[in-house]
Design a protein around this ligand. Structure first.
Ligand code: PRP
Length: 221
């Protein structure tokens, strides 16, 4: 698939493919799933932070010289889409301990696959901030785009949103590009397709269930 200019696919290195091979295996233990998923999440978050704006900053080094460096230009915050998005939160706190964190709870109807918003709690000044939207799975993109709607309603600029995503479908990316063309998306893999049940193929199963241990199987999503 040709990705839009706002889709940032992590370099498909052999190491990344090897990690995906471990965690996509339906026999993968939960312990390994969490360990290796976290390694990819760390890469995704670092890449997402790279996409935020920086301004020049100079510091004096211990040898008295000037280092012409950079610092974050604007306030940032993160908003995980519960439940699966919370898998990314602890990694982000490790990199950025003081970051403000909002929450959006969206669950898909099991039958229709349509997203339903149950809860939101966002930082008061979120409209002034750049937002890392943490949503590991982009299948139909319904849940992710419903979360984006919540951010836009709260005053966040579309071009201030970076979606941090583990696995995406071509259909979901196309829909996101049409509906939110200025939002950036960082992903670690683009799947072949969605099947008739809106599951990504080859896929990884239910990310939330596998990460949080709420099922014994890697039942397909
Ligand atoms: C899953 C996943 C995404 C969504 C992706 O959530 O975590 O939020 O489905 O599918 P979509 O792009 O077609 O909307 P689910 O509602 O199963 O809840 P979970 O986060 O608790 O797993």
């Amino acid at each position: 698939m040709t990705t839009g200019h706002n889709v940032h696919l992590l370099p498909q290195t052999d190491q990344l493919r090897a990690i995906h091979t471990i965690i996509r295996d339906k026999q993968c233990s939960r312990e390994d799933f969490v360990f290796y998923a976290r390694r990819v999440i760390r890469l995704l978050l670092e890449h997402g932070l790279d996409l935020l704006p920086f301004t020049k900053k100079e510091v004096t080094t211990p040898v008295g010289a000037t280092y012409h460096g950079l610092e974050f230009a604007a306030g940032i915050c993160a908003v995980p889409v519960i439940r699966a998005g919370e898998a990314m939160e602890s990694e982000l706190r490790d990199i950025h301990p003081g970051i403000r964190i909002g929450k959006i709870l969206i669950q898909r109807d099991k039958r229709t696959k349509l997203p339903h918003l149950y809860y939101k709690h966002l930082p008061d000044d979120i409209a002034e901030r750049h937002v890392l939207l943490l949503e590991p799975m982009l299948a139909t993109a319904g849940s992710a785009l419903a979360a984006v709607d919540v951010l836009i309603e709260a005053g966040v600029r579309e071009d201030h949103i970076v979606m941090v995503n583990f696995l995406s479908s071509p259909e979901g990316l196309r829909r996101a590009a049409v509906e939110r063309p200025r939002m950036k998306i960082v992903t670690s893999a683009i799947e072949d397709r969605l099947n008739e049940h809106a599951f990504m193929i080859p896929g990884i199963g239910d990310f939330g269930d596998r990460f949080f241990g709420t099922t014994d199987s890697g039942a397909e999503k």
